[in-house]
Design a protein around this ligand. Structure first.
Ligand SMILES: [Zn+2]
Length: 60
């Protein structure tokens, strides 16, 4: 594969509050694991659970 064929891939983490069910998406951070609690909710201080990690290819 040639260098010119390389594409940027950005990973995102989708979280959901266990209390109010609010969901949010942020950039993936190393150490993020699906179905682990990670941080607290802005709305209700409930625990945020990582529900999905996904990647997006950025074209030119
Ligand atoms: Zn909440």
């Amino acid at each position: 594969m040639k260098d010119a064929d390389k594409k940027f891939t950005v990973s995102y983490t989708n979280l959901e509050c266990k209390s109010c069910k609010k969901s949010l998406t942020r950039k993936f951070e190393s150490g993020d694991i699906v179905f682990e609690e990670n941080g607290t909710c802005d709305e209700c201080d409930g625990n945020l659970l990582i529900v999905k990690i996904f990647g997006e290819v950025i074209g030119q």
